[in-house]
Ligand binder design. Sequence first.
Ligand SMILES: Cc1cc2nc3c(=O)[nH]c(=O)nc-3n(C[C@H](O)[C@H](O)[C@H](O)COP(=O)(O)OP(=O)(O)OC[C@H]3O[C@@H](n4cnc5c(N)ncnc54)[C@H](O)[C@@H]3O)c2cc1C
Length: 394
Amino acid sequence: MVRQAALLTDLRSIAGAENLRPGSDEFAVDGVTPQAIVRPATVKAAAAVIGHANETRLAVIPIGGKQRGGPGNVPERYDIALDVTALSGVVEYEPDDLTITCGAGMTLAELRKTTAAAGQMVGFDPEIADEATVGGALAADLWGPSRVSLGGPRDFTIGLRVITGDGLITRAGGRVVKNVAGYDLCKLYVGSLGTLAVVTEATFKVQPLPKATRQIAFTAGSAAAACGIASDSLMRGLSLRSAVVTRAEERWRLDIALAGSEAAVERSARELASLAGDGEQETGDSGERPNERPIGVRIAALPSKLPALLEELPVGASFLAYPTLGVVRLRLRDEGELPSLMAMGAIVEDAPPEVKRGIDVFGPEPPALPLMRSIKAQLDPNSVLSPGRFVGRI
Ligand SMILES: Cc1cc2nc3c(=O)[nH]c(=O)nc-3n(C[C@H](O)[C@H](O)[C@H](O)COP(=O)(O)OP(=O)(O)OC[C@H]3O[C@@H](n4cnc5c(N)ncnc54)[C@H](O)[C@@H]3O)c2cc1C
């Protein structure tokens, strides 16, 4: 470990004293505290910090809104917290072009407000916290139940400006929708948890805000019946924004959000009621408070196999299931059930550091690991960026 005083002196001359602080627990990642916190004012200064870390073999972790509770293994090393929140603001927004370019430090609240003023939106799930930043949401590939209609970040991100582990500033994609030439590196950077590059700017496709929205809930006697209503409504082309199945003691509850034009939402609500047949319409919220349990895991299954998986979960399990996506997110009180869930292909989405330390949160090494290691070696040859956090502890 380099001496903190020497590191602070070096960083002061690179990024300016006003943008530098000694490390503190506020910027800890999974219980590991950095030696220094830098908040560069420009992309060039951020690249210089990473370049310096590359030369001196230090580890840098990019930090956005610090919402955390996210994925990733405990970092192997962590010297510098690179606070990207100063790289913020709208770079370019022409509502008629249906794209927006903004700094990675912009919060989702600011992004939502900016696009809403023009009657538009970027497809980040409404459930994602307002305080999350564009860079953090892209790094974690954040999506929720609305992915069925809005897509995930890989679908609506069309351009990125990034800094790779050797301190090089590069661009992937562009600022117009039809810009694909060569490999689409945006898809690689989204979800790479800051282990391949630090995102400094992003361009997104935007879409109109829906004119009408409506929430409807039903209960049904089986998981298959609840999931079936959701998949039928998708097949029929109803204006489905999201569908979530939970369990209410012996009954199964389906919460559906509709979004679209007034007429489409009206028609969809009518058709849904007839699809639900003798399913009882519900009012009030589902009572599900998943975040009260500290460990979050995600299991994916074919949508057709999801009901059987849900029926196997113990009564009292806390979960949100997305029937049209084939995904269930479970919250656990302790790690007791983790080994059996991970054997079923679950990944740990968030957990306290003491639980993470004993496992690889992404589960067994995938067959593509050698390929992933060689990509890491190309983009971050000295393992400067978030070492150890990704699949196979890359
Ligand atoms: C599957 C999943 C679902 C989630 N769902 C939700 C949800 O519905 N609502 C919610 O509020 N939270 C959710 N979270 C938590 C989620 O991690 C954070 O909300 C989000 O990533 C926080 O953004 P942030 O700006 O606070 O990032 P931080 O917490 O600061 O960082 C998050 C991760 O992104 C990296 N990172 C940050 N900025 C950059 C950058 N510019 N370039 C590269 N890497 C960067 C960090 O190193 C870190 O690994 C979810 C997490 C996961 C994994």
